[in-house]
Design a protein around this ligand. Structure first.
Ligand SMILES: [Zn+2]
Length: 554
């Protein structure tokens, strides 16, 4: 093992040493972590025992002897007693700002039964002034004790007088009560809009309460945004604390607007932002952003403008993704496309020509095919030399899609924990189709750089769950789905760290424990590389470091 210094810094010091003008303080580490089992995710030095940290970056990485001798009287030294250290995790596609706000202003419906959800909503309604909405979040239709979906009448019983909306944790379907439909003027005669669907009782044709994808727009028009700037800042504070506790140091927020950018900046200024965030901007805001001279990359190591976010289809956890073959058990239900190819092209073109990276939500093979055609056309017409087009989720693939993803250098951000966490939904897709879903093995074998992503709230953000799901392809009940897509634990760690940095053009500044990179790392209670894969999820996160400071200590 040998020590490596940041070469640019060393060259810099070499060039000034003869003059002795600058004090050499920047070479002096503030902190050294030693006696650690470090997996660096840096191929030039995969393993190390110690790191020296200065000014928020790794100054040196190597053996205890090599690194400890850099210490001065002022250097703090921390003996990690053999604990495992990995680079901080990067959740490349999640929704921290909105899920943090949910924590502040909505009823958490991640509850074990419809009865429990009703009780929680009833309590909130009692405190809500007449005429105002009651909102629920993180509902999951397949996880309740009753074994059925929440219905309009369940909601009417709990919230008879206020309009109520309970969003599925996947974010594409919402369940409404009768007061909400009345307020929006939606009834059984309302036709399904393009890209959307109101579920109806097959016997009576009455609305069941569930609205999918574009159908929600008819109700959202009647939901005034009552969240305050303070609520949003508080949301960022809460979610970043929870994510730091799980070992996350970077996120891609996959759907931001100006109010979210403000919330991140407010939280940062208050010292409450505990991750680095790459803000994918919803397409609706693109014109304003372009007019203000903004584009992908503006910002700094903590808050940065990311890609322009577009949508092609629906959701996997809510079964609205657009598939080429019908959902299992149906002959004619294929899911929903939410934009035509021409719409997608026009929107993407505007972003592409203005110098934006593009991230398009595309789950089903039909949506991925359509999105790739748009990307291919853009590169034919106005080539960028490093566009790093993103395929958000990119769930269901085939060989020809993989070849095209590779050819254009696109980046998939597949759901990392779905096999483990959403196992009870996998029968909607079937064992055969699962061989080509969340297809990490196929991507890595093709030389593509997929990321780790929770899509939180769609699935939990704990990176240890992502590792277990990708390595075992086994759900919580022991069912295996698509064993052919298993990857090794070393691969899964790289996907969750360095690949996330690549997806945001930041692979030279973070994602591995390398000299010169940002000092983001996690200290674990056990070594995932030696752990039984079926217990990875139980490995405790003991500390998380963000830019040389502990963002979480157990
Ligand atoms: Zn998302």
């Amino acid at each position: 093992m040998h020590t490596r210094f940041n070469p640019t810094r060393r060259e810099f010091l070499g060039s000034v040493a003869a003059f002795s003008i600058f004090p050499l303080e920047i070479e002096k580490p503030e902190l050294i972590l030693y006696n650690a089992n470090i997996f660096t995710v840096d191929d030039t030095q995969p393993r190390a025992q110690a790191v020296a940290i200065s000014h928020g970056r790794f100054l040196a990485v190597g053996s205890n002897d090599d690194v400890l001798h850099l210490a001065t009287a002022a250097t703090k030294k921390l003996d990690l007693a053999g604990k495992t250290v990995l680079p901080g995790f990067n959740d490349a596609h999640c929704h921290p700002a909105s899920s943090g706000l949910d924590m502040v202003v909505t009823v958490d419906c991640d509850l074990p039964s419809i009865a429990a959800i009703q009780a929680a909503l009833r309590e909130r309604a009692a405190k809500t002034p007449p005429g105002q909405w009651v909102y629920g979040s993180k509902y999951d239709d397949t996880k309740g004790a009753e074994g059925r979906m929440l219905s309009r009448s369940d909601l009417d019983a709990a919230v008879p007088d206020h309009p109520a909306a309970v969003q599925h944790r996947g974010g594409h379907t919402t369940f409404y009560n009768s007061a909400a439909f009345r307020l929006a003027g939606v009834d059984e005669k309302t036709p399904d809009p393009t890209g959307g669907k109101f579920d109806r009782d097959p016997a009576t044709d009455k609305l069941t309460g569930r609205a999918a994808d574009a159908a929600n727009a008819l109700l959202e028009k009647h939901q005034p945004d009552t969240a305050t700037r303070e609520n949003r800042r508080e949301g960022v504070k809460r979610i970043s604390k929870a994510m730091a506790r799980a070992g996350i140091t970077s996120v891609g927020d996959a759907g931001d607007g100006p109010e979210d950018l403000l919330a991140y900046q407010d939280a940062r200024e208050a010292g409450e932002l505990l991750f680095r965030v790459y803000c994918l901007i919803r397409f609706q805001h693109l014109d304003r952003m372009i007019a203000a001279g903004l584009r992908t990359g503006l910002g700094d190591d903590f808050v940065r403008i990311g890609a322009c976010k577009l949508f092609a289809d629906g959701s996997i956890s809510e079964r609205t993704a657009r598939l080429s073959k019908p959902y299992e058990g149906t002959t004619d239900y294929f899911g929903l496309l939410v934009a035509t190819e021409e719409e997608q092209y026009q929107r993407s073109r505007k972003a592409h020509l203005a110098g934006w990276q593009i991230g398009t939500h595309a789950n089903g093979d039909v949506a991925i095919d359509q999105t790739l055609r748009v990307y291919e056309r853009l590169q034919r017409e106005s080539p960028h030399n490093d566009p790093r087009f993103r395929l958000e989720h990119c769930t269901q693939i085939n060989d020809s899609l993989v070849a095209r993803i590779r050819a254009i250098g696109a980046i998939p951000t597949p759901f990392s924990s779905y096999v483990y966490f959403h196992g009870e939904k996998m029968h909607f897709y079937g064992a055969e189709r699962l061989k080509n879903m969340f297809a990490m093995r196929s991507f890595l074998d093709a030389g593509i750089r997929p990321t780790q992503a929770s899509d939180y709230t769609a699935s939990p953000f704990e990176p240890m769950m992502a590792l277990q799901s990708q390595v075992t392809r086994t759900d919580t009940k022991g069912n295996v789905w698509g064993a052919n897509q298993r990857i090794s634990i070393e691969e899964a760690v790289r996907v969750g760290t360095l690949n996330g940095a690549y997806a945001t053009y930041e692979e030279n500044s973070k994602g591995s424990i390398s000299p010169g990179k940002l000092a983001d790392l996690v200290v674990l209670g056990r070594d995932p590389l030696r752990e039984n894969p079926s217990t990875l999820v139980t490995i405790p996160v003991e500390r998380t470091m963000l830019g040389g400071r502990w963002s979480f200590e157990s």
